[in-house]
Ligand binder design. Structure first.
Ligand SMILES: NC(=O)c1ccc[n+]([C@@H]2O[C@H](COP(=O)([O-])OP(=O)(O)OC[C@H]3O[C@@H](n4cnc5c(N)ncnc54)[C@H](OP(=O)(O)O)[C@@H]3O)[C@@H](O)[C@H]2O)c1
Length: 296
């Protein structure tokens, strides 16, 4: 079964490429230069060339703040792209595993969000991702939409690497302490996607929308403190970290105050459980300082 992977150069795409897949499952890895998912003709040509049995979409426009001033690019990557993939999958009679975001929610719920909670994105990025989800649902019944949150890995741009970089030149940092979420290792969601792909291949896949994120919840401030604690064996004493409010740190895009995801459904349907976010963080920080870590 050929697997067509879109967005192979991103955080999740890179981890999906690093996984060991069953021998008979060649992964055809594409990133924007080989396949722009916003281009329907390019998607059709890739399907004709690869003849996939399954498509994994890790491609997205992920610049949350820049999306406010580049809405067309955000919609092309996050809505038109998944719509194109879903239409091509439907024509080919194959399923799609697509990744979405906690930022489809507005953050007003006091507890963790379940899959059926009403969506109400606060910005262009969240709206474009929500529209992408809807396009997939409307076009293709055989889909798995995986919403995740606060992704990081040793590869690419993310909060963990930004904190460690800033700490090299700043003895003190101010970090937002009134937004709550669940940091998620890209390697962990890649492993979850592989488990889903195996179930689909075995004919026992379940379709629909699922949440997958690191277990537990924290603020960006608490996450920063944990990053510096994890990095202490290599970096020594942490910088001073001061808790600030969202109002103290205005950004072009509004973000939800709470985007903690309830991940019980993927456990019930697929037997997939996430590990505590602190455990995954320790592994990624080690990889950043010591090189490649064993994959889950
Ligand atoms: N990052 C987070 O904190 C976060 C949180 C929640 C959910 N998610 C979701 O998780 C998924 C994976 O995120 P990630 O952090 O791995 O993303 P990422 O590191 O930003 O990688 C996205 C990849 O997709 C590519 N891409 C963008 N537009 C494309 C297009 N039109 N056609 C083909 N490729 C395109 C990008 O290429 P270029 O570099 O050329 O743009 C990049 O290689 C996305 O669906 C994202 O919305 C992310």
């Amino acid at each position: 079964m050929n697997i067509l992977l879109c967005g192979a150069g991103g955080q999740v795409g890179t981890e999906l490429r690093r996984l060991t897949w069953p021998g008979g499952w060649p992964i055809v890895a594409t990133d924007r230069p080989e396949l722009d998912i916003g281009d329907r003709a390019a998607v059709d040509a890739a399907f004709a060339r690869v003849r996939p049995g399954l498509v994994l979409n890790a491609a997205a426009y992920t610049a949350v703040d820049r999306a406010e001033s580049e809405p067309e690019a955000a919609w092309a990557g996050n809505c038109q792209g998944p719509a194109n993939l879903a239409a091509a999958c439907r024509a080919a009679g194959i399923p799609l595993v697509h990744i979405s975001t906690d930022y489809v929610f507005d953050g007003d719920k006091p507890g963790p969000y379940v899959e059926g909670d009403p969506v109400k994105p606060l910005g262009v990025y969240g709206r474009s991702k929500e529209a992408g989800e809807e396009a997939v649902r409307n076009e293709l019944p055989e889909h798995v939409i995986l919403r995740t949150a606060w992704l990081y890995s040793a590869h690419g741009h993310n909060f963990v690497k930004t904190m460690l970089r800033l700490a090299e030149t700043h003895p003190s940092l101010r970090v937002v302490a009134d937004q709550h979420g669940s940091p998620t290792s890209a390697a962990d969601i890649a492993a979850a996607i592989a488990a889903i792909a195996m179930r689909i291949a075995a004919g026992s896949g379940r379709w629909g929308t699922y949440h997958f994120a690191g277990a537990g919840a924290v603020t960006w401030y608490g996450f920063a403190e944990a990053i510096f604690a994890a990095a202490a064996p290599w970096r020594g004493p942490p910088p001073e970290v001061t808790a600030i409010t969202t109002a103290d740190y205005p950004t072009p895009a509004r973000r939800p105050a709470n985007s903690v995801l309830d991940c019980r459904r993927i456990g019930a349907d697929y037997g997939i459980a996430s590990r505590p976010w602190q455990d995954a963080l320790a592994e990624v920080v080690r990889e950043l300082f010591e090189g490649s870590a064993p994959r889950p």
